[in-house]
Design a binder for this molecule. Structure first.
Ligand SMILES: [Fe+2]
Ligand SMILES: [Fe+2]
Length: 146
């Protein structure tokens, strides 16, 4: 048995990213410099996470379910990833100018991320875990640097 499932590994990354987002939100009024660094870490981390899903995990689902990329559940998830990246860009544009009045975009990001992550954790990741062999799971995790 592998020590880690896809669901466990990806949920840990969701939690890690939520924590960075939270720290950014909490500290931005006191320490703009640290806030900028935390936002950079959040953006890099979310982009990496989305890359893992779109390039490594979703194709497993799409191949098994014979689902076209652009339709079906992973099409919806890819769409939400685009929204997440757009909101990150909106926040980034302000933060880069030292403007930390990013509440509206942060609120939007939080909403999209919360619903999105629940769907992945409850449906998509467990589905992938049940349909791959232990060897395939180990190889997917290795491709995600684990
Ligand atoms: Fe995702
Ligand atoms: Fe995710």
């Amino acid at each position: 048995m592998p020590t880690t499932t896809i669901a466990e590994f990806m949920e840990q990354d969701h939690d890690r990213l939520d924590e960075i987002f939270n720290r950014f939100h909490t500290i931005k009024k006191q320490d703009a410099q640290t806030a900028r660094l935390l936002f950079q870490e959040l953006k890099t981390g979310l982009h990496r996470h989305i890359r893992w899903e779109e390039e490594i995990l979703f194709p497993v689902f799409e191949a098994q379910a014979e689902m076209a990329r652009d339709h079906g559940p992973t099409g919806v998830m890819r769409n939400e990833h685009r929204q997440i990246k757009d909101l990150l860009e909106q926040i980034q544009a302000k933060v880069a100018e030292g403007d930390l009045t990013t509440e509206e975009a942060e609120e939007g990001l939080l909403q999209v991320l919360t619903a999105h992550n629940v769907k992945e954790e409850k449906i998509l990741y467990p589905w992938i875990d049940t349909c791959v062999s232990d060897e395939e799971r180990a190889s997917l995790l290795a491709r995600m640097g684990n």
